[in-house]
Design a protein around this ligand. Structure first.
Ligand code: P6P
Length: 336
């Protein structure tokens, strides 16, 4: 039986997808693959080892850090740094960006932004979590020290983005701007195999993912959209199904494969929403668009937003193109 191609073989076969890169981007993806295997191993042990629960530290978000958050952050930083392809890294878990300015790294071309373990509060209750990453070419000249402007680039400048989902299986999904492909980890062999080639959103979707507990805080347009999806309309396949796991990567992955929309709108308690533009919304927006979907803040294309701060939050509506456009329609009609 013909086996599936491995991630490593796929990267080599698609080397042409990394413009101007002489293997650096390939090496970067390989280090993400390695770190993903290591985090996966720790997560699978979490139920048994002492790494359950909180590390006692707080991250930049003021959230108590689960020990696996800290461990995942360390694993990705050390794995990415060892390959010498990046001159710096920014992480949800770190207040400031890292500068790698030794002889090898300061000549590197790329920076990485990462949410090392999104949804980590779900770990202790056995719910799927994920890693989200975004890769840019630096703006500052090679050989100089990386600066904040290297990280504050609009999502349209991403050279690659993806996520690892640690669920019933561990899957690495990424894009370099030439479509979206998913690779499932086979722990028995220790390799990722191409399992989801050329992922595209289905033509239509009928699942919506939103924390309805925040309904009272939502803008009028989102409230109307939620009431609309719950109305009976058999022709339009409504009411839609509600699926919200509290884990962005899990909801995004399911919606991209089966059709659906994820919403984390702004609200009175979260004036700009909760999700982070640079290492949550932009990478998922890149994937969504490459898979034929759409990602906006309700008014503007996520990937065209000009970041002002490393950890800035934005409202996030992402999924099937026509579902996102319907939500935008309700928001716009309530604006006027
Ligand atoms: P809420 C996890 O903290 C996260 O960043 C996403 O993974 C998830 O979709 C969202 O926040 C859940 O937030 O406010 O609904 O609990």
């Amino acid at each position: 039986m013909e086996r599936h191609i491995t991630l490593g073989e796929f990267i080599v076969e698609n080397q042409k997808d990394f413009p101007y890169a002489k293997g650096e981007l390939s090496a970067l993806l390989s280090s993400i693959r390695l770190a993903g295997k290591m985090v996966n191993q720790q997560i699978n042990k979490a139920g048994l080892a002492e790494i359950l629960g909180k590390a006692g530290k707080e991250n930049i978000q003021g959230e108590s850090q689960a020990k696996l958050d800290v461990m995942a952050n360390d694993i990705f930083i050390s794995s990415l740094r060892k390959r010498g392809e990046i001159c710096g890294l920014a992480s949800e878990e770190l207040e400031d960006y890292l500068v790698f300015d030794d002889r090898i790294h300061k000549n590197a071309k790329y920076v990485v932004l990462i949410d090392p373990l999104d949804g980590s509060s779900n770990i202790d209750v056995g719910i799927t979590v994920g890693t989200i990453f975004s890769i840019y070419r630096r703006i500052t000249p090679e050989g100089s020290k990386v600066e904040l402007k290297d990280y504050l680039q609009p999502g349209t400048k991403q050279v690659a983005a993806g996520y690892l989902i640690y669920g019933t299986s561990t899957i690495l999904v990424y894009t370099t701007g030439n479509g979206v492909n998913g690779f499932t980890f086979d722990p028995g062999i220790g390799s990722f195999f191409l399992s989801h080639p050329s992922i595209k959103f289905p033509a239509t979707g009928s699942t919506y993912s939103v924390n309805e507990g925040n309904y009272v805080h939502f803008p009028a347009g989102i409230k109307k959209y939620i009431k609309w999806v719950q109305e009976l309309n058999e022709e339009e396949n409504r009411p839609f199904t509600s699926r919200y796991t509290g884990s962005l990567v899990a909801d995004f992955h399911r919606n991209m494969l089966l059709g659906g929309i994820y919403l984390y709108p702004q609200g009175t308690t979260a004036p700009k929403g909760k999700l982070r533009l640079l290492y949550e919304c932009n990478p998922l927006a890149f994937l969504a668009e490459q898979a034929g979907g759409k990602a906006s803040d309700g008014l503007k294309r996520i990937m065209e937003l000009q970041p002002e701060e490393l950890h800035e939050r934005v409202p996030f509506i992402c999924g099937n193109k026509e579902m996102v456009e319907k939500a935008e329609e309700f928001l716009t009609s309530c604006k006027s």
